[in-house]
Design a protein around this ligand. Structure first.
Ligand code: BES
Ligand code: MN
Ligand code: MN
Length: 455
């Protein structure tokens, strides 16, 4: 391992320059105008695999954005690691709030600023570089490796899901390694053993057949915005419980053992609130902040629009109003079932003065796994060596849609070796990635291959 570690340590500046090139690509999966950038993103990943010495490098077309595959299978008798990540990124708006252009990476105080820096280009690149360090020093890896990198994670991974189903045999592996989550705190090696799922829907209300003068008609005709606001507030009660009938039926109760292990983590609600600029936290009664985001479901309106939103005033009683609503789910809630319950309830409580249309946008199944798997133990050891302290275990509130389907279809444990921080502004302006964690991540990845091959 000594020569591998030295190779990594002496090449970190090169790695950062390559990461900068990756971050310049505007691979925003949700915006049709960026289709070409998506191809460029996939090509960049494929070329990085080739440069690392990987075999069978393929850019695979899908109905949406391409997948990138590569493997190295010359370690007979050793386990196989499937590495997943995504090269697509979120849109950049509101662009005015960025201190530097989102696709022009800059380094400030040891952090690299750009869209995708922490989610997920910086994190996934770590594994390409660790593989490269092995293949450039002796030409072999201690384990077999398959990479599967996608361009549709931020839009629900629909095409990857189908690909995994069809290619179950080719993707056969002993564990799945993913860096697309967060460290518990800066410098603290962390493994995540559960993620929430999601059900995301859009509710459109239509009232009168056209926009109306709010003076002549106001008071006599139902206003879709007012009604939409009413409906949203009816979805949760004053104890922070979601009121949709049947919503909690499948929720797994947290064990007292897990409760205790979460309570044992150092956490300050005050610091958390202060960092977010709020005077008080808000959530489900009788649960702590970490429990509220890791093991309890939640419901949020992500966007709401309708009527006049320009500067100044326009007196109008609008014809339509729309809200985008997501529910974060926990085991064993099923996104399809929850979406049905949501639709049924909205139709039931909506007054006749509006007509209701509901679209399902996407979903992801939540999961939790036992942290005792061999690969997770090897990863815990590997991260401890790289970071120089004990690895902690946690769950996360975010979702990675494909993980539950990997679990169902490939039936192997996932190692969620997150390297980001939840304060690194993923999905928001001034996204960044701590380059210290980038470096420690490459080392963790390398130690993982070594530890896992010995187990
Ligand atoms: N990497 C994130 C998920 C994440 C964020 C996990 C922070 C742990 C900590 C991922 O790219 C993401 O944003 N997922 C979406 C999924 C959705 C679009 C289906 C999410 O959670 O909103
Ligand atoms: Mn991600
Ligand atoms: Mn994301």
């Amino acid at each position: 391992m000594k020569n591998i570690v030295e190779h990594i340590n002496s090449n970190t500046d090169n790695y950062i320059n390559q990461l900068k090139d990756f971050l310049r690509i505007q691979s925003i999966s949700t915006l049709p105008d960026h289709k070409k950038d998506m191809t460029e993103g996939a090509e960049f990943v494929a070329n990085s695999f080739k440069a690392a010495g990987m075999n069978n490098v393929k850019v695979i077309k899908t109905k949406g954005h391409p997948l990138v595959y590569a493997d190295w299978l010359n370690a007979p008798g050793k386990p196989t690691v499937l590495i997943y990540g995504h090269y697509d990124v979120q849109p950049v708006d509101p662009i005015d709030l960025w201190d530097s252009p989102p696709f022009d990476p800059v380094i400030k105080d040891g952090k690299i600023y750009a869209r995708g820096a922490t989610d997920d280009k910086g994190q996934m690149f770590v594994h390409i570089k660790s593989v490269e360090a092995f293949l450039k020093n002796g030409g072999t890896l201690p384990v077999n490796v398959k990479f599967l990198i996608e361009g549709e994670e931020e839009i629900g991974s629909h095409n990857l899901d189908e690909f995994v189903e069809i290619n179950k045999k080719a993707l056969k592996c002993d564990t799945i390694l993913i860096s697309d989550t967060a460290l518990y705190a800066t410098g603290v090696p962390t493994l995540t053993y559960g993620l929430r799922g999601i059900a995301y829907l859009e509710v459109e209300l239509t009232g009168p057949n056209r926009d109306l003068h709010s003076g002549t008609f106001g008071g006599a005709v139902g206003n879709p915005i007012n009604i939409l606001a009413e409906l949203i507030t009816k979805l949760m009660n004053k104890n922070g419980r979601i009121t949709i009938p049947g919503f909690y039926d499948d929720v797994l109760k947290i064990s007292s053992k897990e409760r205790a292990s979460i309570r044992a983590l150092k956490f300050s609600g005050q610091k958390y609130a202060k960092e977010l600029g709020v005077k008080e936290l808000k959530g489900e009664k009788n649960y702590s902040t970490l429990e509220r985001t890791w093991v309890r479901p939640s419901l949020d309106c992500n966007g709401i629009f309708g009527g006049f939103t320009g500067k100044g005033a326009k007196t109008v009683l609008p014809s339509k109003a729309t809200a985008k609503i997501s529910m974060r789910l926990v085991p064993n809630q099923e996104p399809k079932k929850i979406a049905e319950l949501f639709k049924k309830y909205i139709h039931q409580i909506a007054p006749k003065s509006v007509s209701v249309k509901i679209n399902e946008i996407h979903g992801a199944t939540p999961f939790v796994v036992s942290p005792n798997a061999k690969s997770i133990e090897a990863a815990s050891k590997a991260m401890s060596i790289a970071f120089g302290r004990k690895t902690v275990f946690m769950r996360e509130g975010g979702s990675i849609p494909i993980v539950a389907s990997f679990l169902k279809k490939l039936k192997v444990p996932p190692v969620l070796m997150g390297l980001g921080l939840n304060t690194e502004n993923l999905h928001s302006p001034n996204e960044h990635f701590d380059l210290k964690h980038f470096h420690l991540g490459i080392l963790s990845s390398a130690y993982f291959f070594d530890e896992y091959s010995k187990s």
